[in-house]
Design a protein around this ligand. Structure first.
Ligand SMILES: C[S@@+](CC[C@H](N)C(=O)[O-])C[C@H]1O[C@@H](n2cnc3c(N)ncnc32)[C@H](O)[C@@H]1O
Length: 286
């Protein structure tokens, strides 16, 4: 039984821990420090068991020798994917009451005869965030939707959470506290052995494309996006990485576009380039 991080048969030595921190930082931008040691230990213990290895050092060696093949699996194990439907409700309220009405009033028709709306959920985890965006869009624009070309891009570094998001299947308790009307309109309850599960309706999933994307790498999308959700992810990065990402988000936003951050996140020095128009809601000036 592995209990202690330093003094057991399977030890996480400082050397191994430092290697892991470096590997995670270089591959994901996530900064792990000593207060994450327990978390790293727990997650590595699971991997070492699954990989049928004898020690953390053996796993570090595997990462050194076969980093590319092992990386995906390792990153999936190390990321924190906490999320929920309508998490930080005020962002969805802002979309419904301010932003979508503003766009519906001002947006011009494109060459294809439709009005264009693009929203990016840039650390979408298991999909609750992009599905909440899709519900908000459908609720706010429903009668006018046929005049619009709406696309929601959902990306994350973690291939497991993306696969889960794509299925659109969740335990019923994940939607227990959302608006009753939304439950009936946008989710189907399973039956038999699936009675504790729900599946999102096709109307929602049709609006969303899930894709794997590491925020540190090149972004293949051209944009521009009207709204970018970057919530509860930059908190894991250091200041230089955050500032670099803010520049890239800024460049990909349409003039007047919105950047939504998580509750404990801020733009730091980059704030001067945006107008703060709501709680952790930032607008790129026109
Ligand atoms: C705590 S979840 C936030 C989910 C959602 N945005 C929310 O606020 O509910 C953070 C997500 O960021 C993802 N992530 C971490 N590092 C990343 C990176 N370098 N590129 C893309 N996604 C990353 C993780 O895989 C995880 O799913």
């Amino acid at each position: 039984m592995i209990k202690d991080t330093r003094d057991t048969a399977v030890r996480l030595t400082d050397e191994d821990f430092n290697f892991i921190c470096q590997f995670v930082y270089q591959s994901t931008g996530i900064v792990l420090n000593d207060n994450k040691r327990e978390m790293v230990y727990r997650r590595l213990t699971r991997i070492v068991r699954e990989r049928k290895l004898k020690s953390f050092s053996a796993y570090c060696q595997l990462l050194r020798n076969h980093g590319e093949q092992e990386k995906d699996y390792f990153i999936n194990a190390i990321t924190t994917n906490l999320t929920s439907f309508f998490r930080e409700q005020h962002h969805f309220d802002y979309l419904a009451t301010e932003e979508l009405p503003r766009l519906m009033k001002n947006r011009n028709v494109q060459a294809n005869g439709k009005k264009r709306l693009r929203i990016w959920s840039s650390a979408s985890s298991t999909g609750e965030e992009p599905y909440s965006i899709a519900i908000t869009v459908l609720e706010t624009m429903h009668k006018k939707l046929s005049a619009w070309d709406v696309k929601i891009l959902a990306t994350d570094i973690d291939s497991n959470v993306l696969a889960k998001g794509k299925t659109g299947v969740y335990e019923y308790k994940r939607i227990e506290n959302i608006n009753e009307d939304f439950k009936h309109k946008y989710f189907k309850r399973g039956f038999g052995e699936n009675e504790n599960n729900i599946k999102v309706n096709k109307g929602l999933s049709d609006l969303i494309t899930f894709k794997q994307l590491n925020l540190l790498h090149d972004w293949p999308m051209k944009g521009p996006f009207d709204v970018i959700f970057c919530r509860n992810v930059i908190i894991y990065f250091d200041k230089p990485t955050q500032q670099e990402l803010f520049t890239r988000y800024y460049d990909l936003l349409a003039p007047g576009g919105l950047l939504m951050l998580g509750h404990s996140e801020n733009l730091g020095a980059y704030q001067q380039h945006f107008d703060n128009v709501g709680r952790t809601v930032f607008r790129k000036p026109l």
